[in-house]
Design a protein around this ligand. Structure first.
Ligand SMILES: [Zn+2]
Ligand SMILES: [Zn+2]
Length: 243
């Protein structure tokens, strides 16, 4: 099993180690047909892409697409989930310059509103150490994912359920309805084998991505082939691989 289009990669525009050009070079070297540059959304004060850089990234990618005819290069952003109502940090620049959007939950973002600090961000941290909070947080997070898919045109949910507990059954049902891909991300162990088994009951599709932060990790899918096999997921439901 091999990735044909690595749809989730990071560069020096967030906290990746290599430039867009270096990642694209590596992609050509390992025979990718396509690569998506998806640095972190801007509400992350440390890692987020600066607003002014979207135009620059677009120009770099357009130039590389002109230069090479053996690889297609796309611009996306791994937007942050930042509020209980499914808010993510996609604004005018992202809409203007990106080809499509990814969304995932990360630590260290600036919440969507003052209220979200207390109802969303803190409870998700606290649920790590206070088991009695987990059930309530899981209900809130599940509704958050579903609202996000209703409100935004997202192509992929990255590492679903990582760092925030969700009801994968309800999320997979909504993802199938909205045509959103669920990511199998070996770097974060989500989806897990058990989660894939639950999600595949619905007719949505999946993507396996490297989430590379270093060029040597590009196209690497770790244990994903074994996981997919263990879950019994038919390979034609994974949109970006070849056997
Ligand atoms: Zn991520
Ligand atoms: Zn990522």
């Amino acid at each position: 099993m091999k990735i044909t289009h690595d749809m989730h990669t990071h560069t020096t525009y967030s906290h990746g180690k290599h430039t867009i050009a270096e990642m694209v070079d590596q992609g050509r070297k390992i025979g990718l047909k396509a690569i998506t540059i998806s640095d972190h959304g801007r509400s992350h004060p440390m890692f987020g892409v600066r607003k002014r850089n979207f135009a620059k990234m677009r120009a770099e990618i357009d130039a590389l697409n002109q230069k090479y005819d053996d690889i297609d290069i796309y611009l996306s952003v791994e937007s942050n989930i930042i509020g209980a109502n499914g808010d993510i940090d996609i604004k005018a620049e992202e809409r203007k310059y990106c080809d499509y959007f990814l969304a995932g939950y990360h630590y260290g973002y600036i919440p969507a509103s003052f209220l979200d600090i207390f109802r969303f961000a803190i409870p998700n941290y606290a649920a790590k150490v206070l088991p009695f909070l987990r059930k309530r947080v899981r209900v809130m997070n599940t509704s958050c994912y579903i609202k996000m898919m209703e409100r935004y045109d997202i192509k992929i949910i990255t590492h679903p359920g990582d760092k925030m507990p969700i009801d994968i059954d309800a999320v997979a049902k909504a993802a199938a309805k909205h045509g959103v891909l669920l990511e199998i991300n070996p770097r974060h162990n989500h989806l897990s084998v058990e989660e894939i088994k639950i999600a595949m009951k619905y007719n949505g599709n999946f993507a396996i991505n490297s989430d590379a932060h270093h060029r040597d990790a590009l196209g690497c899918i770790g244990r994903a082939p074994e996981m997919v096999k263990a879950a019994g997921l038919p390979l034609e439901r994974i949109v970006n691989i070849t056997e």
